[in-house]
Design a protein around this ligand. Structure first.
Ligand code: GLC
Length: 433
């Protein structure tokens, strides 16, 4: 593969500017970017976390504003809503999206804020934006809400009592129809139809989450879908370490030591319950009454690389046996969410479902590249970055890309590919100047 050049950097800067301009919302105190204006015309929390990271390379002041909006959305109970419907922006939605919203109306409270959480990547984004801008006053402004959302995760979402965060609906992981959730939902991907699967997600919302008033203790008892998801936990560990570092900047020693020790506890629990010695990777655990793990491998199985705390022997196995394995993840187009060996024999409908088929999601490319780089695989992180950038420059910004061909899929003009800027900044710094 040819080296990246300054021209590649400039092209992605330009693509980012134009995709972000098309998705920008600036109404009163609300400043953020929709993931994609015609299909996702709302504020989405983890999307805004990614947007801030991309935006800080183009316009750090806007990145700060996006995070200010985000942390203002922390709910009274401390949860960060995965999505907030902003009425003025919502009118731009496609009818199909409005219909889907109606189908899952129980997700939202009367003000349009989702009862669901999502992976707290925004805490790490806040740290990155602070490091780039060195604006401690800004950090002090977002700090109380940032702590509230972390405390909610620690206090209200530890449903197995082991220090890890549990999700109560697959959408809370951000990886909607990941095959890792199907066994916990009682779905056999080989036999059922996609229609049934869509119904199960809405039914779970209505019959359990909504009827039980989103009370996490009640949901734990009902035990319909309670899962220690890898994506959310690995991002939460990074969030806690980031919060500890930011607390030190602000001179809040008590918070620094609390978050540091919770990060340690969480990573120890992850290593204890989710590591599978024979598979050489991590699996999510579910079922509070008889805990078991889902033996399905996805890129989330490698996410402990991103925690900053993966034991070196395990990190080596994750990278050598899986990430760099040509029969699994390391194919021509990188980085597939589902490895080739897990997709054999799947029904064609799987390809139409988000996160279920041959798909490359740029947020995972970003996190896996960081994880590889930090665990000693710098050349591989550079290679992953180069192939990601080539794909984006050639195809443009898309919601995801087909891992067989590298072609853009579903929504054009989606914001996440802007993360390629941060990948270049870290792994190809020489081309950014
Ligand atoms: C899809 C993704 C989810 C994202 C949302 C908005 O549902 O799976 O992670 O937050 O779109 O972009």
């Amino acid at each position: 593969m040819q080296d990246l050049t300054h021209d590649d950097w400039l092209k992605v800067v330009e693509q980012t500017r134009s995709a972000y301009a098309a998705n920008e919302v600036d109404i009163g105190t609300e400043y953020y970017h929709m993931p994609q204006s015609s299909f996702y015309p709302s504020f989405f929390a983890w999307d805004s976390g990614f947007n801030a990271v991309a935006m800080m390379h183009v316009d750090p002041a806007r990145a700060k504003r996006e995070l200010e909006t985000l942390f203002r959305h922390v709910a009274v109970d401390g949860h960060m809503p995965h999505e907030v419907l902003i009425p003025c922006a919502a009118t731009r939605a496609r009818p199909v999206r409005n219909f889907m919203r109606w189908l899952v109306q129980w997700e939202y409270d009367s003000c349009g804020a989702s009862h669901m959480i999502d992976p707290p990547i925004y805490v790490y984004s806040a740290r990155l934006v602070y490091e780039m801008t060195q604006d401690a006053d800004w950090l002090a402004g977002i700090w109380p809400d940032l702590c509230r959302l972390l405390d909610y995760l620690l206090d209200k979402r530890d449903l197995f009592g082991d220090g890890l965060v549990s999700i109560v609906h697959p959408w809370e992981a951000g990886t909607d129809l990941s095959p890792q959730f199907l066994p916990a939902l009682g779905i056999d991907p080989g036999r059922r139809t996609d229609v049934l699967q869509a119904t199960i997600y809405a039914a779970l919302l209505y019959r359990f989450c909504n009827r039980l008033g989103w009370d996490t203790e009640e949901l734990r008892k009902a035990n319909k879908f309670v899962l220690e998801d890898l994506t959310i936990n690995c991002i939460a560990i990074r969030a806690l370490s980031s919060a500890a570092a930011m607390a030190s900047v602000l001179g809040d020693d008590a918070a620094a030591s609390r978050y540091r020790s919770r990060a340690l506890r969480m990573s120890a629990a992850l290593d204890q319950v989710a590591w599978d010695e024979s598979a050489g990777c991590y699996f999510p655990r579910w079922d509070t009454t008889g805990p078991r793990t889902t033996k399905v491998k996805t890129a989330a199985s490698l996410m402990p690389l991103f925690t900053g705390r993966c034991p070196p022997g395990r990190a080596d196995r994750l990278v050598k046996e899986h990430a760099l394995n040509n029969n699994e993840f390391w194919s021509e187009h990188l980085f597939p969410f589902n490895p080739a060996d897990e997709l054999v024999g799947n029904r064609p409908w799987v390809e139409k479902k988000l996160w279920a088929g041959h798909c490359i999601w740029i947020n995972f490319n970003w996190m896996i590249a960081i994880g590889m780089g930090e665990n000693g695989y710098l050349a591989e992180a550079r290679e992953l970055t180069a192939r990601t950038v080539r794909m984006i420059v050639e195809q443009g910004f898309w919601e995801y890309y087909d891992s067989r061909t590298g072609e853009g899929r579903r929504m054009r003009g989606f914001t996440w590919p802007g993360l390629a800027l941060d990948m270049m900044y870290r792994f190809w710094p020489e081309i950014t100047r």
